[in-house]
Design a protein around this ligand. Structure first.
Ligand code: SF4
Length: 159
């Protein structure tokens, strides 16, 4: 991978390897989202897709995830510009011309940093298999948001 590729290149210019490395592995995009019928506001829940491994926070069906889950949209440069991705998502941040955050593994050199600051969903979620659909609303959380103006909650600073 090229030195500081995420700073020097647009999303469209990244190689496949660089593109994959840009994902911080937080798992936030694998949480169920609910939309308010009245004002279209989007809310994230702490209910995860059934195919998200709770231990590794990796998709267990990555190659065929889009067939299994119709609403699972692969992140592309165009999708990265959509306002419904989490406001901490590395693809969205770079699409908006913002720097990678302090916890990102490409900055820290350590994938565990995403867990240390509480950006990873690890230990904070329940599977959709364990929550009836009509109860998902009770699991709306504020620690994940698509709203760029929402302050990002982190557990500790990594300097
Ligand atoms: S929210 Fe973005 S950075 Fe986090 S797992 Fe999803 S694609 Fe990767």
């Amino acid at each position: 991978m090229r030195d500081k590729f995420w700073e020097k290149n647009s999303l469209e210019e990244l190689t496949t390897e660089e593109w994959e490395a840009l994902c911080d592995g937080c798992g936030r995009c694998c949480l169920i989202k609910l939309q308010d019928d009245d004002d279209d506001e989007l809310y994230y829940t702490s209910v995860s897709c059934q195919y998200l491994c709770q231990d590794t926070i990796r998709c267990t069906e990555y190659p065929r995830r889009n067939q299994l889950v119709p609403g699972c949209v692969p992140v592309t440069p165009d999708i990265a510009r959509q306002p419904w991705l989490p406001n901490t998502c590395a693809y969205r941040l770079r699409a908006e011309g913002k720097p990678l955050p302090q916890w990102h593994p490409l900055i820290t050199g350590d994938t565990v940093s995403v867990e240390r600051v509480g950006i990873s969903v690890k230990g904070r979620i329940v599977s959709e298999l364990d929550i009836p659909e009509e109860e998902q609303e009770e699991h709306i959380v504020r620690w994940v948001s698509a709203n760029s103006d929402e302050p990002v909650e982190i557990w500790e600073e990594i300097l």
